[in-house]
Design a protein around this ligand. Structure first.
Ligand SMILES: *Cc1c(COP(=O)(O)O)cnc(C)c1O
Length: 223
């Protein structure tokens, strides 16, 4: 595993995809998903110049955080979060990408001692097995979330199905971007909706073409 070479390849490909989409380099932030490796390897990746780190499970997040915090890293929690685990982890999280219920938001608001930047996870494809809000329920959800002082809704997060065709991928990312732009225009206090968290190792180029501002990349760093 040549971390330096992988890092350069990922960063170059993200740059190329950004330029191809007519976007400047600094509009896409690259998050390294370190769930496949231990803290030692994550530390080596950080030494190559990666500054955004993500984990999808609370125990692994805490393990990495406690070993690696204090090096100017921005910490992202990207996976489903159970309500009973919120208090263990939320005060170390800069960005939470998988806000998928009002009850979870309520618990985060109660336990957080800082304002947590959150992405609403949306289920654009309507797959039963996928987490996230359905588009139709968002208006109601935003109303219910208005009173939460420790949650800032910075944007939307989505995941395309594993077996999505090229065309389905583009459709999902395009619809997510349209929804994000609609929400951003509403200019709701504490809900700027300026960001889009979408794109993983296999589909980040398409996501960037449709406005992704954060890409979550694991496999491509650690192969
Ligand atoms: C693992 C994971 C990723 C990264 O996926 P790769 O295909 O390894 O790049 C992105 N987002 C979430 C929510 C994940 O769990």
């Amino acid at each position: 595993m040549d971390l330096q070479a992988n890092k350069e390849k990922v960063f170059n490909e993200v740059l190329a995809a950004s330029l191809a989409a007519g976007r400047s380099q600094d509009t896409v932030k690259i998050i390294a998903v370190t769930k496949y490796v231990d803290s030692e390897i994550a530390k080596k990746l950080i030494a190559t110049g990666v500054t955004h780190i993500a984990e999808n499970r609370v125990d692994k997040f805490l393990d990495k955080y406690h070993t690696l915090a204090g090096q100017g890293i921005t910490w992202h929690l990207i996976g489903t979060l159970q309500r009973r685990k919120v208090k263990e982890v939320i005060n170390y999280v800069d960005y939470f990408h998988a806000l998928d219920s009002v009850k979870l938001a309520e618990e985060i608001d109660k336990r957080a001692e800082h304002v947590v930047k959150c992405f609403l996870q949306v289920n654009i494809s309507g797959e039963e097995s996928k987490h996230g809000f359905a588009v139709e329920e968002l208006d109601e959800v935003l109303k219910l979330m208005k009173t939460f002082k420790h949650i800032r809704l910075v944007g939307l997060m989505t995941m395309a199905p594993i077996d999505a065709t090229e065309q389905e991928l583009n459709e999902i990312f395009k619809q997510t971007q349209e929804l994000q732009q609609t929400l951003q225009k509403k200019q709701i206090e504490n809900m700027p909706f300026s960001e889009l968290s979408m794109g993983m190792s296999r589909d980040f180029a398409q996501a960037i073409a449709h406005g992704a501002t954060f890409v979550r990349i694991g496999t491509a760093f650690f192969k």
